[in-house]
Design a protein around this ligand. Structure first.
Ligand code: ADP
Length: 314
């Protein structure tokens, strides 16, 4: 494979990427990607988040050559997908959403076939190494149809890695995968990342993205509405929630908190969600006491990705 002389700054770079499905057809066209600009830094663990129908798969499948874009440009590892499709394709491994596998091949055979498809010479194949890494070495000679759902999912990751691409994309990889297998999958993906592979993950599990990804883009209705380091994205929400359990149950309404979002919880606690730039905990505690409440217990909840997501996609 022809590599650029120095590694690119961006593993994936899309400029004005546009896709309309059914532009010529009879049905109503769907504008799935609207002039998407997205630069995924080399070496990142990147999350592409968005609700169902946001355009995540369309974006991924355009890169993989499964969807023909309507406009714009995209490059993978510095190779333009139009001008240099062979090298672009060779630089990326995509783990698809669906578990589509030939039921008659064993994991070992399937990897050999995939490696052949990518033109990996026999001497450079890593069938054993990959199968061990995804915990399928014991199953190397089993029929694919005898594998569990989680094993099939790991097989898809294995297949995506046969040509040692510098960029691995996982499209909703843990939908329907149980906790233990999910952990195993992430252990492997993390090891790949530690070895220098750029990881792109599409998911609607916010918790997963928050835990794994160092950078996150949020896509909604075919547009990128945020793209930042994860911690920065979360700190964007200038908000915290004070959770107060009163000594005696509150007889609502609590007066004097009209400038703050007040809510009650079934546990008997009440919450005050406030802007950290406008209020301090000290001030709120004074006001709670002034309202005649004796505090039994107290905690502060920080915003998480879910809050940011809700705010941005609302
Ligand atoms: P996501 O992966 O974020 O759930 P998709 O990329 O699958 O979103 O879909 C984006 C939009 O494009 C949705 O409105 C979806 O219905 C539409 N879409 C996806 N694939 C096709 C297709 N093959 N033909 C027509 N419309 C499609």
């Amino acid at each position: 494979m022809l590599a650029p002389s120095s590694p690119p700054d961006y593993a994936i770079e899309a400029r004005g990427l546009d896709k309309t499905y059914g532009a010529q057809g009879k049905g109503k066209p769907v504008h799935a990607l609207k002039a998407v600009d997205l630069a995924i830094p080399r070496g990142s663990f990147f999350g592409l988040l968005g609700p169902n129908g946001a355009g995540k798969s369309t974006f991924i499948n355009t890169l993989g050559g499964l969807v023909k874009k309507s406009g714009g440009t995209a490059s993978i590892w510095g190779h333009d997908i139009d001008a240099d499709p062979m090298n672009a394709r060779g630089a990326i491994g995509i783990v698809p959403q669906e578990l589509n596998m030939d039921p008659f091949f064993s994991p070992a055979e399937a990897l050999e076939i995939q490696a052949g498809y990518y033109g990996v010479p026999k001497s450079e194949r890593k069938t054993e190494e990959i199968l061990r890494a995804v915990g399928l070495w014991d199953k190397r000679d089993a029929y694919a149809r005898t594998l569990s759902g989680g094993m099939k999912r790991r097989m898809l990751v294995a297949k995506a890695m046969v040509h040692s691409p510098p960029v691995l994309v996982l499209d909703e990889p843990t939908a329907g995968v149980d906790v233990e297998l999910r952990r195993q999958l992430w252990d492997y993906v993390r090891a790949l990342h530690a070895g220098g592979v750029t990881i792109v993950l599409t998911t609607h599990y916010l918790e997963e993205a928050q835990e794994l990804c160092d950078t996150i883009a949020i896509i909604n209705h075919g547009k990128v509405i945020a793209c930042e380091p994860t911690h920065k994205l979360i700190s964007r929400l200038d908000q915290k929630t004070l959770v107060v359990t009163p000594q005696t149950p509150l007889a609502p309404p609590l007066r004097g908190f009209e400038d703050i979002v007040f809510a009650q919880r079934p546990t008997g606690a009440f919450t005050l969600t406030y802007k950290t730039s406008q209020h301090s905990v000290e001030e709120l505690l004074d006001r709670i006491r002034a309202a005649g409440v004796t505090i039994k217990d107290l905690s502060i909840e920080e915003p998480d990705l879910e809050d940011v997501f809700v705010e941005l996609t609302a």
